[in-house]
Design a protein around this ligand. Sequence first.
Ligand code: TXA
Ligand code: MG
Length: 373
Amino acid sequence: MEHPSKQSIDSVIAGDSSVAGSSMQRWSAIEPNIAGSALQEAGAVLASGGIVAFPTETVYGLGADARNTAAVEAVFAAKGRPSDNPLIVHISQQNQLDSIVQRVLPLEQQLMNTFWPGPLTLVMPVIEGALSPRVTAGLDTVGVRMPDHPVALDLITAADCPLAAPSANRSGRPSPTTAAHVADDLAGRINGIVDGGSAGVGVESTVIEVEEDGRILILRPGGITREQLLTVADRVELDPALYGVAAETAPRAPGMKYTHYAPKGSMSIVTGEHMNEVAAFMQEQLIAAQTRGERTGVLVFDEDNTVYEGSLRLTLGSLSRPEEAASRLYGQLRAFDEAEITFILAQGCAEQGVGLAVMNRLYKAAGGQFIRV
Ligand code: TXA
Ligand code: MG
């Protein structure tokens, strides 16, 4: 009898495929009694050069042995990811760092002690030859994190190698927060998926670099907030290239220059002092769009109780709970695609706490289209 935690999915996907024509394994790690053997199997696939998607506390990742160039190349191919965008390396034990990075600064050590396991990626100088050069995309640094998810940690241990893992979406699509999202994007292109239920945080890890002078530079806002980092360091700054206006310099995290996370429809963010003015402006724009034949949608917060006639209305929860907005964001962007919405207006929230990461992702999903009422 087939193992109950495993089923083969025959999937044929048009276009270039890294694991062309192969069937994809699905392992369930949700029920604790069968999770152990499922993870052993998935770990063995990774150890032998396969590529497997797995849950983390942020979003699902697509893992490969970070030392195996063929496996890492298969990850880039499956995602359709530009080769100049480096991958984050995931570890399950701090001592794995010794063979990956040249040195750990005292402040970096303190950050790891405080926030690992957790959604914080530290960019540090890589030991030459320790990893496939494809992981670092030719940079002399590597981003490393220890995910706060039992399935991810057990899988890394079972594979017995550091796992290079970008988010498990096709490049440009919203990151996946469920195994079903992964299958929608990557079925037939990867060797398998470990299903661990919904990812919790919903937006990716915060990527930081500790500067020589002791400043922390946020290269990508994420699950660990600026406010949390300020409990450990005096100076925490955002890479100025992250925001539209200052974007003449290239962002330090190469991935931040791409229009990521985007739904298929065109999207704009609408903000303003007063919710009723924002809502009235949105109504007008939506009606005009419907007249042009667009299928319209709105992404709003619970505080706005306007009925947007003829528009798909999806909510990110209350403005007072940015954590909820983070956990819902990518699923809602995918829901607009499912409903074939072509014109989306999204409300903004305060850039505080994880709201900073939510606004960063919304801004990128909207390709920088921003209206202030
Ligand atoms: O939460 C996460 O970080 C998820 C889960 C799967 O762990 N992973 C993830 O990976 O978001 P990815 O590949 O989608 O995003 C990695 C980001 C990119 O913006 C990349 O440019 C940046 O991290 N990055 C990676 N290595 C870097 C380096 N050496 N220097 C600067 N930025 C780096
Ligand atoms: Mg990504």
